[in-house]
Design a protein around this ligand. Structure first.
Ligand code: SF4
Length: 647
């Protein structure tokens, strides 16, 4: 084996050969972590980022008695970590577990189906356990021989969450508790971002694994998602629906004071939002005035008391055999958070008007966090080291500033392992989704370009558009009729199950005569699904997915401008759009054998400014094609004919 990996890493790296540029990727991580330094690193698909990070970090983790927390977005990614650990295990004994959220691990249908989210399940689970109402926990509590054997077994080799669930189902044990008991002896844990970044979940989790952040090497995979996740974690909302339910709940449990408050507050919020066109930033004091108008002189005390009442209601519900979900609790938590954040300039308060799925007009209040670093920095600054990686992180400097990774973090962009002849990327001139140029003629030209790609692509083509408005305009101008292959179309509000079915039907056409998938940029398909081989040979990105300039988007830009003078628009507006486009561009090129066409149908991608945000594996050699019929068709045809001939 010809390689330049250090001996300590070779002890763990399980494959006979490293891929081209993979050794640089591994060495950069290993050197940084070994020096107790964080690293921000971009590497394209096909580089083997997961095995690289594991092999680079394990020698340090073993020597210094640290744990590796590997956070990623999907279960498939968590399971990939365990698959790679199994390869390492053949060379070197190592333990590892992938865990799902408690709501997915939980076998108690009453709890799992009834909780709103992971936090509410955590509370519900605690209640059920304390009341002896969970049979799966009771079996754990009995500490049977079987249970104790399983705890030991889990800490000896790699297991996926699904395997653990299957074992627990047979033995009627709580998988979450079994995993918790094994974690303190497990070296690598693959899990969702929330375990590392949600302060409440992290505190409980670290307690269970009996360690603190200083003993952890944190690997953040698909890290381009992190700032969005961090903002979601620290944002919250309260709808008119919840207020109405809280009023009914307070009435049911005989609390007149809370009932009166919920009623009055709801009516005031209805008045406040009556004339709002979608959303408006409001002064936090407007809500505090409403609260005081209701005769509450000490809001904090009132809401803390309301929180206690909510906790009591949940206990009563549980005793009545009902799902312990309290709207009074939700209302009090939101209003306490409002008081906590109202003087903090890294949050804004928003009032929104919107339509429900049944087309009824309603409203909500939102606390919107603007600063992801408030969530990420406390973690990054406390761990032993952080490995932050993705295929789309550029510009690294911006990422470092936005998330407040330590200033001395190593930064590296790995060259793509894809042979240049495996990717054809191009921008078409003469087309754009810029608002002032959206005309029927423009959409008709786009359809012509799409057809040129589809007709010259061997099997499947993906089209990802800037918004549902752009999608509808393309369809209105005859996109479906112009295509000679079946069209699979994402719909607004589709459930994840419906989407999975749509994607799987589309993928299966890769084995037949090919099809076209039409989705939106930034959606779950354009970022979360892999399409190797003929599942997607070509991808077309229609338009630049800039966010609508809503008040919250403007507030985000202003906030970043204040923190990073001259970069507000870039960080708050340009980067998120370019990230979405880059993610979609990578869908067809997942493995080193893939050959893919990546077409940008918007001339703005040809500018040096936009190109500077595209990853190098797309940007290198990207052609700019003239506004002329047939040119794109010829290029795509030539690329795939060459590919076929060279196979
Ligand atoms: S103890 Fe386990 S099975 Fe029972 S509610 Fe909690 S997570 Fe679910």
């Amino acid at each position: 084996m010809v390689t330049v990996l250090p001996l300590q890493v070779l002890e763990y790296f399980p494959y006979p050969e490293v891929r081209i540029h993979q050794d640089q990727f591994i060495n950069t991580i290993h050197n940084a972590v070994n020096a107790r330094q964080s690293v921000l690193i971009e590497g394209s698909n096909g580089l083997g980022k997961t095995i690289s990070a594991l092999s680079a970090c394990l020698p340090v983790a073993i020597e210094k008695k640290l744990k590796i927390l590997y956070v990623a977005r999907t279960h498939r990614q968590h399971e990939r970590v365990i698959d790679e650990l199994r390869m390492i295990y053949k060379k070197h004994p190592i333990s590892g577990i992938s865990i799902k959220g408690r709501n997915e691990m939980c076998l108690n249908a009453f709890a799992a189906n009834g909780a709103f989210d992971s936090r509410s399940l955590m509370e519900m689970c605690d209640l059920l356990k304390s009341k002896g109402r969970c049979p799966y926990y009771k079996n754990v509590d009995l500490q049977t021989y079987d249970y104790l054997q399983l705890v030991k077994q889990l800490a000896t080799r790699p297991y996926t969450a699904t395997e653990i669930q299957q074992i627990c189902k047979k033995k009627e044990l709580c998988p979450y508790e079994l995993v918790k008991a094994s974690l303190s002896d497990t070296k690598v844990i693959a899990l969702s971002y929330l375990y590392a970044f949600d302060p409440l979940i992290r505190t409980a989790f670290l307690k269970h694994i009996n360690t603190d952040l200083s003993k952890i090497i944190l690997v953040v995979d698909e890290a381009h998602n992190l700032s969005e996740t961090a903002v979601d974690i620290s944002s919250s909302n309260l709808s008119l629906f919840v207020l109405r339910q809280a009023e009914l709940e307070a009435n049911h449990y005989g609390n007149k004071e809370i009932e009166r408050f919920a009623h009055f507050f709801r009516e005031e919020i209805e008045k406040l939002t009556e004339n709002i066109n979608r959303e408006e930033i409001i002064d936090a004091n407007r809500i505090i005035d409403i609260i005081q108008k209701c005769g509450i002189s000490n809001p904090r005390e009132f809401f803390e008391n309301m929180h206690e009442v909510g906790a009591g209601i949940r206990r009563s519900m549980l005793a009545e055999g009902k799902n312990p979900r309290s709207y009074v609790n939700s209302m009090s938590d939101f209003l306490l958070y409002w008081l906590e954040t109202c003087d903090n300039s890294s949050y804004i308060n928003v009032a929104c008007r919107y339509y429900t799925e049944k087309n009824q007009k309603t409203a909500k209040l939102e606390i919107v966090a603007l600063d992801p670093s408030k969530i990420t920095e406390p973690v990054f600054s406390a761990t032993y080291a952080n490995v932050v990686m993705s295929g789309t992180l550029q510009p690294l400097d911006a990422y470092l500033k936005i998330t407040k990774l330590p200033n001395n973090s190593a930064q590296f962009i790995a060259s793509s392992p894809f042979p240049r002849e495996h990717i054809f990327s191009a921008v078409c001139c003469g087309v754009t989704t810029a608002m002032e140029k959206r005309t029927p003629i423009m959409y008709k030209t786009m359809i012509k370009r799409i057809v040129e790609v589809v007709e010259n692509t061997p099997k499947n083509t993906g089209i990802f558009v800037a918004s549902f408005d752009v999608m509808n305009s393309l369809l209105n101008e005859g996109l479906a009729l112009a295509l000679d292959r079946p069209l699979y179309k994402e719909e607004r509000g589709m459930t994840s199950k419906q989407n999975e079915k749509l994607v799987s039907d589309f993928k299966s056409c890769g084995n037949k005569t090919g099809a076209v998938f039409l989705g939106v940029l930034g959606g779950r398909t354009s970022e979360g699904v892999d399409f190797p081989g003929d599942q997607m040979n070509s991808v077309i990105i229609v338009g630049v997915p800039y966010a609508e300039p809503t008040p919250r988007v403007k507030a985000q830009i202003d906030y970043y401008e204040k923190c990073f003078p001259r970069f507000g628009r870039e960080y708050g507006y340009i980067l998120p759009a370019m990230k979405k486009a880059s993610q979609a561009a990578g869908r067809p090129v997942r493995t080193l054998d893939d050959r893919g066409v990546i077409i940008f149908l918007d001339s703005r991608y040809a500018t040096g400014y936009c190109r500077s945000f595209l990853p190098s594996w797309v940007n290198t050699g990207m052609k700019t094609l003239p506004d002329q019929d047939g040119v794109l068709a010829k290029e795509v045809q030539a690329f795939f004919s060459f590919t076929e001939a060279s196979l």
